[in-house]
Design a protein. Sequence first.
Length: 375
Amino acid sequence: MISYKTDTDFGQVTVESAAFCPASGVQEWHLMLHPAPSGSFEQQLRALAAAYLRYKASALPGEAGALFARCFMSDITNQAAPAEAALREMLAAEETPTALSLVGQPPLDGSKICLWLYLSTPRSAAYTHLFSASRRKAGGSSEEQTRLLFEEYEQELAARGCTLERDCQRTWLFVRDVDVNYAGVVKGRRENFLAQGMNPQTHFIASTGIQGQSPRADERVIMDAYAVGGLQRGQVQYLYAKTHLNPTYEYNVTFERGTAILYGDRRHVLISGTASIDNRGEILFPGDIVRQTQRMWENVEALLREGGCTMDDAVHMIVYLRDLSDRETVRRLFDERFPSVPRVFLLAPVCRPGWLIEMECMAVKAEAHPEFSPL
């Protein structure tokens, strides 16, 4: 049901796409735009924006709109301002506002920028899809910034009739100098979740916590999030894959390994950042990038299987590497196994130093659940 395509006909930009386009109902696309690794940042940025507008006009229906966009950059301190201005201009014609995320995570294909976009045709009025991006706080510790970011996000959700505990399905926490600041993020998030009634007996939220830079040195955390208002009891399934992974609370962190959301006509599966770990919480294959990559895939496949999907249903993959020198090995492995899935490889150390690689993904599968409204 997923249709993959790689287009090289848009100037100096390669467009990787995954399309989920049923005969009726909402259509969805994930795009990865990779400019050629040559020229200045401004030249790559202009080429990327022009390629998106041309691609949308020529390859997508007129009612398709971008819900979310994330820009990965090699030097966010100098690149954030021009990137935000150009991308907001690019997205100005969208039918609904697009949440724009900016994060300092250098692409590993030699380019200075990469753009991931999530688009769809208009969705059912039964649900409210709320994307939030690039939430940041200056000053204070990573723990204090995390606490404030969640508190402000909760206020935003409340204004839309939603809550963090009931409606938030996915977060991303990008941490400056993750080896130093991640512990504070974990503590701030855990305290907030406990106050909101989330604990090992209830549930947490699917998440990725990974190194990522903001434009300012005193901004230690960037937060992106996705919430869905209007879901009924039974529409959300939390994924554990206990044959392969342990519950995260066993090593004192508070996120779900993955989440499946059932709609009347499909399922969405959101897989958190996943690495080479076993069901006791131990890092497997220290120092071996090939075997860590293979175990990571095995863990992701176990989570997808529990969520009713397989890797054949994946619509994008985001891959994080700690060591720049591993990029060609990992690229070769992914090219052999998943040659068509839109993906990006990024320089972004994982939250535990022994992990050399981590990935996240999303899967979509056609499926009838008549007790729920379609997407």
